[in-house]
Design a protein around this ligand. Sequence first.
Ligand SMILES: [Zn+2]
Length: 199
Amino acid sequence: MVTSMQWPVIPGQTPIHLPTDEGPVLVQVAEIAGSPMLLICSQQAVKIPIVRFHSACVFGESLRAVDCDCGVQLVAALHAIVREGGIITYAWEEGRGLGIEAKLRAIALQQEAGIDTAQAFARLGHPPEPRNFENHVAVLRLILPGGPVRLASSNPKKVKALKSAGFEIVERVTLQVPDTPERIAYLAEKESALGHLRQ
Ligand SMILES: [Zn+2]
């Protein structure tokens, strides 16, 4: 008999079933360091889940801006976890955690000076990648205490955050996203300025 594995329920929380264009997922919410975060999971638990840390981006996700890949990455991550099993952690941290106002200031400077995101962050006195992803690791640990994962990311700080929390990364999953000239430029910047691993 095949028994299906279930993800643990966060104490005090009630998971909901959410049908999406990519298929059904389970959603739970938890407060981490005073901020709500979502755990978006495949319906069935798997032994080696795909894990994706996602930061909210209203332009990419809701307004479908063509020059960032946040919206298409989120859809691709949903697609992957629905088919192969996995978990997306979702934090409301616009502008790599600096907030929506700082994000708009950086974009304005980029447009004015013809520079990239990392250069705009630097001119405004921010590090290129202000996030340490400890909040994502903390919410993930509520349902997955450790063990092997398939990481859907090329961000070395996400690799570091998972490894130092005792997760073994057995595979790096490349999400398939449609390319546009603007996104290709942004991905090239993430490789050169943030040390992202080549896909
Ligand atoms: Zn974005």
